[in-house]
Design a protein around this ligand. Structure first.
Ligand code: ADP
Ligand code: MG
Length: 348
């Protein structure tokens, strides 16, 4: 591969379908812009995620295919958290010299082939088409900018600000898996995609998370959910965001929080284990509120394969205390909110 245009051409060949096969896509990769068709009664959701090497991921423990997968997964999770249906993606890459392909079969070309295997694997699974992007070089670190567009019925997007006092709080899946995976990686364990073990499941949760695309879409269509957010910065912090936007508080039952068993691999005492479960980020589960009467319908939507936990209740917010109070195992107490924060020097 000799230049940027060959690189783009490869991506173009792999991008799903053409404008003749994808609904609403008038023009994809290859021109100055893509063209999308409009439809009345529908709204477009747009999200972007910036992933920077050494901050958001590290290549020394990355699996290229999983990095491609995660690049798209984090943005799909945002669309899911709005109750939307993801449709189109754009991808901009800032590539350092050590990752620029020089020859068709060199190690760097393989890196990108695997990266796009992961990216397009997830895109195809969810009916998402890559319609454009950009490429530049960076002096040192790989930088990845992922954009996803999705649709929802007009007015149907589920925002963070709709939670009401008395509603129940639900969480899909479990929390803590990605955080334990990161701990294991930092302790020197490495991913082995061929192996299935608790350690590898945790590492996979960190490096190749599964966004809750179907559940998000179903919740959006149902009209039953009043507020939603995806858990990317830690359960405590993201619930804090939802409470702040909705101007309410939350009462959480400690025993109902679905803590991933992989945290047991870290040999922590139970307090540390719990803190990591509620403050470790990147689980990409959906956290949402709904009137308790609709619980059976929510469970039906989750189906047998997706765990759904009712972890608490929305209460009046009080100015003088943490928005999140914890009950179960001892006296009522505030939940300290720690989570991921890039400006605090956070890295993953
Ligand atoms: P421009 O000069 O208009 O930026 P480019 O040569 O960068 O055009 O891109 C040509 C076409 O390839 C455009 O349709 C653009 O969206 C697409 N493209 C460029 N980089 C990527 C990428 N990383 N992923 C997907 N499409 C890309
Ligand atoms: Mg360009």
């Amino acid at each position: 591969m000799s230049n940027e245009f060959d690189f783009i051409e490869k991506i173009r060949q792999r991008a799903a379908g053409g404008s003749d096969t994808v609904p609403d896509l008038r023009l994809g990769i290859g021109d100055d812009t893509a063209i999308l068709g409009e439809e009345t009664g529908r709204e477009t959701l747009i999200t972007v995620d910036l992933l920077v090497e050494e901050i958001d991921f590290r290549l020394d423990y990355a699996i290229p295919g999983w990095l491609g997968h995660k690049t798209l997964a984090v943005s799909l999770s945002d669309i899911a958290a709005m109750g939307g249906n993801p449709r189109f993606a754009l991808l901009s890459l800032g590539i350092p010299p050590r990752l620029i392909p020089r020859q068709p079969d060199d190690e760097r070309s393989h890196f990108w082939e695997e990266f796009f295997d992961g990216y397009f694997g997830l895109a195809h699974r969810h009916g998402v088409s890559l319609i454009g992007g950009d490429i530049s070089a960076t002096p040192d670190r790989l930088s990845i900018d992922s954009i996803v567009l999705g649709h929802c019925r007009r007015g149907a997007a589920i925002r963070r600000n709709g939670a009401r006092v008395g509603e129940a709080i639900y969480l899909t899946g479990e929390v803590g898996a990605a955080a334990s995976g990161l701990h294991l990686l930092l302790a020197g364990q490495r991913a082995n995609p061929a192996e299935r073990s608790p350690v590898q499941e945790a590492i996979r949760a960190q490096l190749a998370p599964q966004p809750r695309v179907e559940m998000g879409r179903a919740l959006g269509r149902s009209g039953l959910v009043s507020a939603m957010i995806d858990v990317s910065d830690g359960l405590a912090q993201d619930l804090g965001h939802l409470c702040a936007e909705s101007r309410v508080g939350a009462l959480i039952n400690l025993r109902q929080i679905p803590v991933c068993a992989s945290l047991d691999l870290l040999g922590l005492e139970s307090g540390e284990r719990f803190t990591l479960a509620v403050s470790g980020g990147e689980d990409f589960e959906l956290l949402f509120t709904a009137p308790p009467e609709v619980e059976q319908q929510l469970r039906k939507m989750a189906g047998p394969s997706l765990r759904l936990s009712r972890i608490g209740t929305i209460v009046e917010g009080a100015a003088d205390q943490s928005p999140i109070m914890l009950e179960g195992d001892g006296p009522l107490r505030p939940l300290a909110i720690h989570g991921h924060n890039h400006f605090a020097g956070g890295s993953r």
